[in-house]
Write a protein that binds this ligand. Structure first.
Ligand SMILES: NC(=O)C1=CN([C@@H]2O[C@H](COP(=O)(O)OP(=O)(O)OC[C@H]3O[C@@H](n4cnc5c(N)ncnc54)[C@H](OP(=O)(O)O)[C@@H]3O)[C@@H](O)[C@H]2O)C=CC1
Ligand SMILES: O=C(O)CCCC(=O)O
Length: 482
């Protein structure tokens, strides 16, 4: 891979300000999902190396948390500037290891950097409170302090943004952090560490350990010095990690799976709904926790929506993310392709009708045809399970009550979307949907200024926005006799 700045291509972990190997010297391969070829190796670390990183983060904490917020903000701002300057290289590394089209990778680098910019600004605004005392002899004050050493475990679908959405508020609040990126996409994380170092983030404040996720995860969730865990990934692993955190009562933020409904009412602008649906379903080849999992379309506009949508989906270009024409890259692994195919086959066997697409595109490679299926109904697995791929199932409905009930009939509660031009209905449905986020007449809801997160088994806490720093802070109440 030719980079303008070759030093951004790092193949060693970053702990206590140093580039390190695993104690055993063992490594794990990073694969290009477009070709299946090995593009790099990173250290196969485990519990011992994770513990060293936790101890480094603990040692670095006193100096970092007592730095004036303005100084922490300046350092974070430099990190943001460096990400902007190196956006081309960062995006190329991401497409190489993750597969997403280069334009989407550039978009993610900007999105990732925006969390650093935002929280650099928020660092200076962590106000306390003065509480009017019920008695004359006391003064009551609330101050907010960094929670301490934090841990983060991040997924492969957004290899940069899921790191900065956690690390930026942590560092802004005065915490230090140890991060375990997904083994599929560690190169983006390590490039961020290189830029963090150049920005002047002190040794031990920002650490990246790569390798055995279960072993590192056990250490990060079990070590008493770690005060908080933030995880983005599947609901089963989130459940496991939450349980592991119980013995040391850590604060936990979880951003887990979704089963997003996308509802098109009979009063919707159908053409606008088709455009919104394309973004909400096919971004990152459908590998996003806020990607639509189920389309519910009113009987009166079902055929119109389905045929217009299928026509647009059939035009999507699938290919290598480095090809400028590509809109849909490869899926992350062969296992992911198998899972998407299995869910699709189950639906077809149970009576779903393929409008476009319908299968993986190439023997041995990880390309999957953007697919739309109609006549989808109860009992098909993809209505309950996260597809995480470019398959769009369409279900028909006939009343508002019915569709709200169907949309809420899931253990998940992350993102939801609907299209309607009836103002009263917009309020009614937005209030009745049991989701942390509701897109109304839009398919794109993410940015750094809004609280991203879910209810039910989609997780705990919110990331981004003025609320996103709360999880990295503790309240301390001071009671003074006067
Ligand atoms: N909410 C979201 O954004 C995401 C949801 N998913 C959902 O999960 C499905 C499976 O994807 P998958 O990548 O396997 O998701 P996982 O939840 O298994 O992986 C997410 C992260 O957790 C790590 N991890 C896995 N097992 C453990 C463990 N025992 N202890 C500590 N960390 C662990 C992974 O590391 P490593 O990869 O190195 O093993 C990765 O960093 C997807 O199809 C999708 O439905 C997946 C990713 C993101
Ligand atoms: O967890 C994910 O899938 C990443 C969220 C992408 C986004 O912020 O929109």
């Amino acid at each position: 891979m030719k980079l303008n700045d070759p030093l951004l291509f790092r193949q060693r972990a970053y702990v206590d300000g140093a580039w390190c190997d695993a104690d055993s010297g063992a490594t794990v391969a990073v694969l290009d999902p477009a070709s299946g070829e090995t593009i790099a190796t990173v250290p196969l670390m485990g519990e011992a190396e994770a513990e060293q990183a936790i101890e480094a983060a603990h040692a670095a904490l006193p100096a970092w948390k007592t730095k004036p917020a303005k100084e922490r903000a300046k350092i974070l701002r430099r990190w943001f500037d460096l990400m902007e300057q190196h956006e081309d290289d960062l995006a190329r590394l991401m497409t190489w290891e993750q597969g997403k089209p280069l334009t989407e990778a550039v978009g993610e680098i900007r999105y990732a950097a925006s969390f650093i910019e935002w929280f650099a600004e928020e660092a200076k605004r962590l106000y306390g409170d003065v509480i009017p005392s019920p008695t004359a002899d006391k003064r009551l004050v609330v101050v907010r302090e960094p929670i301490g050493v934090c841990a983060a475990i991040t997924p492969w679908n957004f290899p940069a943004a899921m790191i900065t959405r956690k690390a930026a508020p942590a560092l802004a609040a005065g915490c230090t952090i140890v991060i375990k990126p997904a083994n599929e996409t560690p190169l983006s994380a390590l490039a961020l560490a290189e830029l963090a170092e150049r920005a002047g983030i002190p040794a031990g404040v920002f650490n990246i350990v790569t390798g055995d996720s279960a072993a590192i995860g056990r250490q990060l969730t079990g070590h008493p010095l770690v005060r908080k865990l933030s995880f983005t990934g599947s609901t089963p692993i989130g459940r496991l990690l939450m349980g592991q955190c119980a013995s040391t009562i850590k604060k936990v933020s979880l951003e887990l799976g979704g089963n997003a409904p996308f509802i098109v009412f009979d009063d919707a602008d159908v053409d606008a709904a088709v455009e919104g649906a394309l973004i909400a379903k096919y971004r990152n080849a459908g590998q996003t926790c806020v990607c639509v999992n189920r389309f519910y379309v009113h009987d009166a506009v079902y055929e119109e929506f389905a045929s217009k949508f299928a026509k647009r989906v059939a035009e999507l270009r699938v290919g290598n993310g480095f090809d400028a024409a590509t809109q849909i890259g490869p899926l992350i692994t062969a296992k992911a392709v198998g899972k998407v195919q299995e869910l699709l086959d189950d639906a077809i066997e149970k009576g779903a009708r393929v409008l476009t697409g319908g299968a993986s595109l190439s023997e041995g490679l990880q390309y999957f045809a953007p697919t739309v299926i109609a006549d989808v109904g109860a009992g098909m697995r993809l209505l309950d399970e996260e597809i995480f791929g470019p398959v769009a199932p369409i279900v028909s409905f006939s009343s508002e009550d019915e569709v709200v009930r169907l949309a809420n009939d899931t253990i998940y509660g992350l993102a939801s979307y609907f299209y309607s031009r009836d103002v009263a209905r917009v309020w009614r449905v937005a209030e009745r949907l049991e989701y942390g986020m509701v897109g109304i007449n839009t398919g794109l809801i993410s940015n750094e200024v809004v609280p991203f997160g879910g209810v039910k088994q989609s997780g705990l806490g919110r990331e981004g926005s003025k609320y996103g720093i709360e999880d990295y802070l503790e309240m301390k109440y001071l009671c003074m006799a006067v």
